[in-house]
Design a protein around this ligand. Structure first.
Ligand code: NAD
Length: 455
């Protein structure tokens, strides 16, 4: 008899065990990849209309299951119920959006002498999707939906600590009529399951979202077989507030741009840069706004921030606020069990401070002053990361100049929005490679084939 290895899934708000999930072995990964490979030709040959219909049915199944999916995420990841509902809705919308793709995967006819030249967007084969624990549903869907739509088969590995919604999505796909070998979900350890997917010669593409450190090792591993990769990695995004901004609105919204999902957000605006002339006034507005963030039971409709994902992660976050750190404000958290960490504002900080330079991935924000537009851009770009950022100003020309000057993939002006499923998302510099979402993502799941026909 083979012993089955189980992973205990913990509710981060209560520390209770909510489920036990199998850890997939290397042999089982190989078997899943073999099934996906065998299923690929038939899936790629499904007529575009039928593939679209299956994906629409999948989206409808996710919609019907939305409240259940959301409650699974609250229990598994400690997300607030409001956020979890949005996340389930985002997964549904992404599947629905890419259901439009099979019938629109156009090639081109390019004029040539002596014949006809046409291009095709051919699916790649087996795609491995490796997902982190911070947004399990949306990030899974950003990978598997366009991959399936383009005619690939998918093997998805959720993060070890947050497998429940991915497993449920796999089940819903099957109920919607997508063959089980076409979309498989295999939970397990990164160093075992994730690594095997990267190394497997029959996996043609890896979509990896996670830390820059592991992303680098995925890139190295993929080089051996020229496996295509999309990497969505870490961030240390700037929220730049100019003196001419609507300061009240900038300060009222800044906490949510970094403390949403307890700061466990790759797009968290964790460096607030404020024009020196309004720095003190901005701080006076920011502190009450941070104090107003409602931290607590994530099942409550009015809760705005839940716990961190694990005790180990809380330790790593706390290490950025050692004894004597310049804490300008620290919020409160519930007593009792749960991996809580209070919303924390650090100011003034040195730009050499670890808390200002490194991705904390928790509810800790740093504030520094800047002198002028050029100085703001210089500080914003003084980072190996380049994922996201916000610019607050009432001057339209400045908004555009700064947006063009900041080296980041997703910027917002007078807003903190980073993600819309129909617009491209991804990082500059060490924040990633390739783009997800929007119309362009499909090109990351296909190779262009050129065919010349002599006439
Ligand atoms: P992580 O890198 O530890 O793990 C991510 C995934 O990779 C998990 O499924 C993990 O099991 C797997 N993995 C671990 N080792 C592996 C290996 N050797 N080979 C293959 N797979 C392996 O990241 P995390 O702690 O789960 O997530 C937090 C990080 O993710 C943060 O740095 C955050 O910024 C980043 N992130 C980026 C984006 C983005 O879109 N840019 C989105 C969300 C999170």
């Amino acid at each position: 008899m083979v012993a089955v290895s189980l992973h205990e899934v913990i509710n981060p708000a209560t520390e209770a065990v909510v489920d036990r999930v199998v850890r997939t072995s290397v042999a089982e990964v190989d078997a899943a990849v073999a099934r996906a490979r065998a299923a690929f030709p038939a899936w790629a040959a499904v007529s575009p209309g039928d593939r679209a219909r299956l994906l629409r049915r999948f989206a409808a199944a996710v919609d019907a299951d939305g409240e259940h999916l959301a409650s699974l995420e609250v229990a598994n990841a400690g997300h607030t119920i409001t956020n979890a509902r949005w996340e389930a809705g985002n997964a549904r919308d992404v599947i629905d959006y890419y259901a439009g793709a099979p019938e629109r995967l156009f090639g081109r006819q390019i004029p040539v002498a002596g014949g006809v030249n046409i291009t095709f967007h051919e699916p790649l084969g087996v795609v491995g999707v490796i997902v982190p624990w911070n947004f399990p549903m949306p990030i899974a869907a950003w990978g598997f939906a366009p991959a399936l739509a383009a005619g690939n088969t998918v093997v998805l590995k959720p993060a070890e600590v947050t497998p429940l919604t991915a497993l449920r999505l796999g089940h819903l796909a099957m109920e919607a009529g997508i063959p089980p070998e076409v979309f498989q979900v295999i939970p397990g350890q990164g160093s075992v399951v994730g690594q095997r997917l990267v190394d497997h010669p029959d996996v043609r593409k890896i979509v990896f979202t996670g830390s820059t450190e592991v992303g680098r090792s995925v890139m190295v591993g993929a080089a051996a077989t020229m496996t295509r990769i999309t990497l969505e990695l870490g961030g240390k995004s700037a929220n730049i507030v100019f003196a001419d901004a609507d300061l009240e609105r900038a300060a009222a919204t800044a906490p949510y741009a970094v403390f949403d999902n307890a700061g466990q957000d790759c797009c968290a605006r964790s460096r607030i840069l404020v024009e020196r002339s309004v720095h003190d006034r901005f701080m006076a507005l920011l502190i009450p706004a941070v104090a107003g963030v409602r931290v607590g039971d994530p099942t409550r409709e009015d809760t705005e921030m839940g716990p961190l994902i694990s005790a180990a992660h809380r330790e790593s976050v706390a290490a950025y606020v050692p004894e004597g750190a310049p804490v300008a404000f620290r919020g409160t958290v519930p007593d009792g069990p749960g991996f809580w960490y209070p919303p924390t504002v650090l100011a003034p900080v040195e730009m050499s401070d670890r808390a200002f330079r490194e991705e904390i991935f928790g509810p800790v924000v740093t504030v520094v002053p800047f002198d002028d537009e050029a100085d703001a851009i210089r500080i914003a770009n003084d980072s190996p990361y380049g994922l996201s950022g916000s610019i607050w100003t009432e001057n339209g020309g400045r908004a555009l100049r700064v947006a063009r000057g900041v080296e980041a993939g997703n910027l917002s002006v007078n807003s903190h929005s980073s993600v819309r499923y129909w617009t491209p998302f991804g990082g500059f510099k060490q924040s990633g490679l390739g783009r997800e979402l929007g119309p362009d993502a499909l090109s990351c799941f296909t190779d262009v084939k050129n065919v010349f026909i002599s006439t």
